[in-house]
Design a protein around this ligand. Structure first.
Ligand code: PEP
Length: 248
């Protein structure tokens, strides 16, 4: 069994001094008591280089929250996958719901960024998840299957990760039932297996959406849950570390 991955998504939070302090606290705690899982921290672009430096040699990886599909060029305001790699990132989150709703990224764009991440040698965490309206209409599996088909590129297994996060669970304190999480993860596993064969069976599938110390152990013990993508709780060192300690 591969180790579970606990990934922190700092979103648009973190200035240099408090961000480095938070990363330093995580570094110290991990050195004192190594967690039974892999750890990844995804700060805003501005902190990727700083945190990569703080985490050097700690075993804690640093990633980013998006990248452009092209390696370089006239794309004002964007950051490319090779730039992230150059800054010390080893992975990137792609197509998060907040990027799908705010700048309006669609499946093809997410797929292109996932291809760019691969070309640059970055691990890619591709986000999928349904809205509350889609779940209430019983369409959650169809929605997530379509997202997987549209946004996961060829050659994904190996260093690709899927993160399932119901949109209605993100930052709300609400989580699906254990049965609902297990059913969705089983469906994602089936879809990946049908498309990629045996290698699809090894793609880690993270759960995300209001993961916190009080529910981490239960969620991380569910079948096909390969770790967690953690938002709000990743901004508090003790909470992030408690979630990591709960890894199966
Ligand atoms: C997220 O948005 O990736 C996330 C998991 O957020 P939270 O843990 O705050 O629900």
């Amino acid at each position: 069994m591969p180790r579970q991955l606990i990934a922190g998504n700092w979103k648009m939070n973190g200035l240099t001094v408090p961000g480095a302090r938070l990363a330093g606290a995580i570094r110290e705690a991990v050195a004192a008591a190594p967690p039974p899982c892999d750890l990844l921290i995804c700060p805003p672009f501005t902190l990727v280089g700083t945190l990569a430096h703080v985490m050097l040699g700690s075993g804690v990886a640093v990633g980013a929250q998006d990248c452009h599909a092209k390696p370089a060029g006239a794309h004002t305001g964007d950051v490319s996958a090779p730039m992230l790699k150059d800054a010390g990132a080893t992975a990137v989150i792609l197509g998060h719901s907040e990027r799908r709703t705010e700048p309006g990224e669609r499946e093809a764009a997410v797929r292109a960024t996932a291809g760019a991440g691969r070309a640059a040698g970055l691990g890619r965490i591709v986000w999928v998840g349904e809205t509350l309206a889609e779940r209430e209409a019983g369409r959650q599996e169809a929605v997530v299957a379509a997202q997987l088909a549209g946004s996961v590129p060829e050659g994904f297994p190996g260093s690709g990760v899927v993160a399932y996060e119901p949109v209605w669970a993100i930052g709300t304190g609400r989580t699906p039932t254990e049965a609902d999480i297990a059913a969705m993860h089983a469906m994602i596993r089936r879809v990946l297996g049908e498309r990629f064969g045996a290698t699809g069976g090894r793609v880690p599938i993270l759960y995300g959406g209001s993961v916190k110390p009080s529910n981490a152990e239960t969620i991380l013990a569910l079948p096909e849950v390969g770790g967690a993508l953690v938002g709000g709780a990743s901004l508090v060192a003790e909470d992030f570390l408690a979630i990591a300690a709960a890894a199966a």
